[in-house]
Design a protein around this ligand. Structure first.
Ligand code: A3P
Length: 290
């Protein structure tokens, strides 16, 4: 293409910047034409909002707490990204119900999604922490542009010159939809505060209630520290020249409020003002607003 933002590391898809390392015109076309089944489950996130965490949680709910899938299959094949190149390679091996993650905005979901009964779990995270997490991710992933100084990166984040565009656009397009009880909204912060409560909500939503014993086991396995030690989920299988965990580990801190260690008062004021303005008029409340 000849889009002004398009350059070596990124391609532009409907105005969104996507890393070429894992996306191609073919993979995006594949996603557009993907045949969604009614039993399919889509976990939708803006990048750095807890995608990897959900790639651990949902298979464990579906397996009733059996750890085999999360001990034997890397997260990217266990719950593949719909829009990424690996999906077409693993699709035939996926069992029903199939689980996918996606960062796509609502209107770019596969055409067959809209007439299906597939379920969606949408995870939102405090955008200030998303920006910090993304900043470190750009430092460690060689297939992304160096983020430069934090202040510069924040400006890019606010103007949407980052992966999958503006945070506010993503969050807004997945709200106020006509999906009824096909969609469950949760925040990263709620999951941090009460993981077992979140697991109960997911399992009810998916009609896969867990025994108390399985619930304990899944919650234990999905703690930050246990996931950090799981080679199938911590990205240590990726060669160091692609993801360099000595620069910043993929499972970096796993907390809420790390933005306070990075934002100056001026940056905080500007960031809050921009986000507030852009979500004005929408009814939703987020836990970090209080
Ligand atoms: P930090 O960089 O703030 O630590 P994604 O998977 O969407 O790319 O999001 C990555 C973020 O989720 C990282 O945030 C990562 O540490 C955090 N994360 C992954 N697994 C987690 C877990 N079990 N508990 C808490 N945070 C987790």
């Amino acid at each position: 293409g000849d889009h002004p933002m398009e350059h070596s590391n990124y391609l532009v898809y409907h105005g969104l910047l996507l890393p070429r390392a894992v996306h191609s015109q073919d993979s995006l076309q594949y996603a557009e034409n993907f045949q969604v089944q009614d039993e399919d489950i889509f976990v939708v996130t803006y990048p750095k909002s807890g995608t990897t965490w959900m790639q651990e949680i949902i298979p464990l709910i579906l397996s009733g707490g059996d750890l085999t899938p999360v001990h034997t299959i890397p997260n990217w094949d266990r719950v593949p990204w719909l829009e990424e190149t690996r999906t077409s390679l693993v699709i035939d091996k996926m069992r029903c119900p199939r689980v996918f993650v996606t960062h796509l905005p609502y209107h770019l979901m596969p055409r067959s999604f809209f007439s299906s009964k597939a379920k969606v779990i949408y995870v939102t995270r405090n955008p200030k922490d998303v920006a910090v997490s993304s900043f470190y991710f750009h430092k460690m992933a060689s297939f992304l542009d160096d983020p430069g100084l934090f202040d510069k990166f924040l400006n890019k984040f606010l103007s949407g010159q980052v992966l999958f565009g503006k945070w506010t656009d993503h969050v807004k397009c997945w709200r106020n939809l006509d999906l009824g009880d096909r969609i469950l909204y949760i925040t990263y912060e709620e999951m941090l505060q009460d993981l077992k409560g979140a697991l109960v909500r997911f399992s009810r939503f998916l009609n896969r209630e867990l025994t108390l014993e399985a619930l304990e086991k899944v919650a234990e396995h999905c703690s930050f520290n246990n996931m950090k030690n799981n080679t199938m989920s911590n990205y240590s299988l990726v060669p160091e020249d692609i993801m360099d965990s000595s620069k910043s580990p993929f499972l970096r801190r796993g907390v809420s409020g790390d933005w306070k260690n990075h934002f100056s008062p001026e940056q905080e004021a500007k960031f809050s003002a921009v986000i507030k303005e852009e979500v004005k008029g929408t009814s939703f409340k987020f836990p970090w607003d209080e």
